[in-house]
Design a protein around this ligand. Structure first.
Ligand SMILES: Cc1ncc(COP(=O)(O)O)c(C=O)c1O
Length: 438
């Protein structure tokens, strides 16, 4: 498909009418996308790009997946929107399908629209369940940009929106590559957690509700958890009567090579949230918890929902997406593709000294760029140069930590051939940016 407007005409309109509040840029500039299939998107000029960001991570099943299109057509012919307080068949079927893939006992789902909505709901449930209001989150976390989720987002985009409600605290993060707690030790000894909870206990008002965390910090710089860290966190939450909320927006539904990232840690949260590719590109999120928690908060009169909560169209897209994930064995696909992409990144790291670290799992991986392997000085400018050169060459990804971390989220549809092409583009960009030609 092409657009009836040229890029220049669209940019002129955008300069006049679009609100420039994007996460990663404030300038009005191309590319302007008009088409996508699988791992490829096309701009208004007909130029194609490998989308190693999966849109905003929501097209991880592949752009315009035929199974999602079919679900949208079904709903368009049946019922798109429905009464928020009455049930529709799609939301009930979705809740029951989801319970087939969630851990035993985590059967209850509430459907919302965005990742922020779902986290806000999870925090509200935790407050109502515990009777407390204090919430903590690691200092590299991202949980959304609504006011209450921004209050527990510490990886950036935070300053200038306050004051936040009282009772939000940051925890130290287990950032092994730059950890000051256990830099000289062979592994994480959880001293970051011990220090965090010492501070939390000292500062808190004695009304704890929850800790919310990602099981791998994506926006914070693709920082994975050391083994045992989440287990220890859960224990420390339990000792204080806090619920553990896991935000699986970026990590759940097969992307890391397991259905849920927390499976690898042997931890079951009290509440977890999903969004991003849950709807195969259609906006839908969920907060999921146990019968016991649902029962207690509902009995207390808990009400939460929005005009589009449980709408049949996004619920049908999510039913289709669960089918695609299970029938396509996408857990295995993420493992296989993740291994392949990781091998390409390791080859690049052998050649380019600027790559200080390779991190992540499955289809969420990143590289950290440094000017010096010893001092680990972050290579911010080189990151921006590499991002620009790759975009010009047809490869999309995102930059995090001020530009020094490149994050790759290729869709499940990506072929080895496309990964080879992406690695080739990246190789050339790394060479150009580090030779002073960037
Ligand atoms: C881990 C995590 N949680 C929550 C959100 C917020 O989701 P949304 O932008 O749909 O509100 C994001 C968005 O990137 C995310 O990465």
């Amino acid at each position: 498909m092409t657009s009836p407007w040229s890029e220049e005409e669209l940019l002129d309109l955008a300069r006049k009418y679009s609100f420039r509040s994007r996460m990663d840029k404030s300038a009005v500039s191309g590319p302007i996308f008009v088409w996508g299939r699988g791992s490829v998107v096309r701009d208004v000029n007909g130029k194609e790009y490998l989308d190693f960001n999966s849109g905003q991570m929501c097209a991880a099943l592949g752009h315009n997946h035929p199974g999602i299109i079919q679900a949208l057509e079904e709903s368009a012919g049946a019922l798109i929107h429905s009464h928020m307080s009455m049930f529709n068949d799609r939301e009930i079927i979705l809740a029951s399908r989801l319970a087939e893939i969630t851990p035993p006992g985590m059967n209850r789902s509430m459907f919302l629209t965005s990742g922020s909505d779902a986290n806000e709901a999870a925090i509200a449930i935790a407050k109502r369940y515990t009777g407390g209001y204090e919430v903590a989150s690691p200092m590299v976390s991202f949980h959304g940009l609504s006011q209450s989720t921004r209050a527990v987002t510490y990886s950036g985009w935070r300053q200038g929106y306050g004051p936040y409600a009282p009772g939000h605290y940051a925890l130290f993060a287990p950032y092994r590559y730059r950890c000051s707690f256990c830099a000289d030790k062979s592994g994480c000894d959880y001293s970051c957690l011990d220090a965090s909870f010492d501070l939390l206990d000292a500062q808190a008002d004695g009304n704890p509700a929850a800790v919310i965390t990602e099981p791998l910090f994506s926006a914070g710089g693709v920082i994975d958890l050391p083994p045992g860290w989440l287990q220890r966190l859960k224990t420390m939450c339990g000792e204080r009567g806090m619920l553990l909320i896991l935000d699986e927006a970026q990590t759940g539904l097969a992307k890391l090579g397991s259905m849920w990232a927390f499976e690898n840690e042997g931890v079951t949260p009290d509440i977890f949230t999903i969004s991003k590719h849950f709807g195969g590109g259609i906006a839908i999120s969920a907060a999921i918890t146990t019968d016991e928690i649902e029962e207690k908060v509902v009995e207390s009169g808990f009400v939460l929902g929005h005009s589009h909560s449980n709408d049949p169209l996004p619920c049908n897209a999510a039913i289709a997406s669960i089918g695609i994930i299970l029938e396509g064995s996408l857990v295995d696909v993420a493992n296989e593709l993740g291994e392949y992409w990781n091998s390409r990144l390791r080859q690049l790291a052998e050649k380019h000294e600027i790559i200080g670290d390779i991190r992540g799992r499955g289809l969420l991986q990143g590289i950290e760029l440094v000017t010096d392997q010893e001092t680990k000085e972050p290579a911010y400018q080189a990151g921006h140069d590499i991002g620009r050169i790759c975009l010009e060459s047809g490869l999309i990804f995102s930059l995090r930590r001020g530009g020094s971390v490149i994050r790759f989220v290729p869709p499940f549809t990506t072929t080895h051939d496309q990964m080879d092409q992406a690695a080739g583009i990246l190789d050339a960009a790394l060479t150009q940016a580090t030779s002073g030609e960037g």
